[in-house]
Ligand binder design. Structure first.
Ligand code: KIV
Length: 311
């Protein structure tokens, strides 16, 4: 039973049924390996491939962390994956802080990275630093990610002591300028520009670089030319690690999916089937059964049946 499980924190009540519904699986306390640090991530380059997935809340972070990822990203993709919005552009700093703090509650080992949302770092360098500080102080992130070769912002945030992740290639916050979610760096000029930007982002102080939607040859060239690790999403197999949006990986998002997505579960269908079976059980009177209901002394039922009920 849960109360005797040493990996669970103590329950507040003597009786398991007295806990609120949904409180049965809090993040466990004393699990496994120590938390991964920025030096651990840097040291992985050339030795082992890094794994990152996105998380939007405590349960997704907890289960992904238990799955052994190195990095968890509270990406602004949560606008689309969790909030039903058409692009990432409308997600606010307050929403990012809210989701990040929830994810932080589920993380034990992975390094938690928060995305800086659209508008949070484009206006001025001091505002970028202030918003990065909010994601760390209020959101409990341990690093922040920002899209594009924003060298002054990366430098200033890193100088404030906050580890920074860069993001080049397809940068979804620039969807309107790019004319859609298109593969980048397809011709020599564009590929060389990305290579140049990647080196500049590294020099500015980023400790990790996400490369999105690039030909494999560009992913390879950038990875080989940097000392910091690269994490690919649709940037081929030569990056130092890979990231996927969790909703895509576990089957909670709907097609059409980008070419690089591989599904490892069909949780959307599993969820629908579970709800359907619950609905069937309720409708035919098979839920709840005796064992799922609270008992009382027989005298109580008798007293209730004799009471006029209008006290
Ligand atoms: O927001 C996000 O999920 C991302 C990943 C695509 C890397 O930036």
């Amino acid at each position: 039973m849960a109360e005797n499980n040493p990996t669970r924190p103590p329950v507040l009540s003597e009786h398991p049924a007295d806990r609120p519904a949904g409180a049965g699986t809090p993040p466990d306390g004393g699990r496994g390996a120590p938390p991964l640090t920025v030096p651990d991530i840097l040291a992985a380059k050339g030795h082992r491939r890094l794994v990152m997935v996105t998380a939007t809340d405590e349960p997704s972070a907890r289960w992904a962390d238990r799955g052994g990822v190195d990095l968890l990203l509270v990406g602004d993709s949560l606008a689309m994956a969790a909030l039903g919005r058409p692009t990432t552009l409308s997600v606010t700093m307050d929403e990012m802080v809210h989701h990040c703090r929830a994810a932080a509650a589920g993380v034990r080992r992975a390094l938690l990275v928060a995305d800086m949302p659209f508008g949070s770092f484009q206006v001025s360098v001091p505002e970028a630093v202030r918003n990065a500080c909010r994601l760390v102080a209020e959101g409990e992130a341990r690093a922040v990610k920002l899209e594009g070769p924003r060298l002054a912002e990366i430098e200033a945030i890193a100088a404030a002591g906050i580890p920074v992740v860069g993001h080049l290639g397809l940068t979804p916050q620039s969807v309107h300028r790019l004319g859609g979610y298109r593969v980048q760096g397809r011709d020599e000029e564009a590929a060389l520009l990305i290579l140049k930007q990647a080196k500049a982002v590294e020099r500015a102080g980023a400790f990790l670089l996400v490369l999105e939607a690039l030909p494999s040859a560009v992913g390879k060239a950038v990875t080989e030319s940097l000392r910091i690790p690269t994490i690919g999403i649709g940037a081929g197999p030569h990056c130092d690690g890979q990231v996927l949006v969790l909703a895509d990986l576990v089957g909670l998002s709907e097609p059409p999916l980008p070419r690089f997505v591989r599904r490892y579960a069909q949780l959307g269908e599993a969820l629908r089937d579970a709800v359907q079976r619950f609905a069937e059980d309720v409708r035919r009177g098979d839920y709840p059964r005796e064992a799922e209901s609270y008992a009382s002394p027989p005298t109580l039922a008798e007293a209730l049946s004799q009471s006029p009920g209008d006290a």
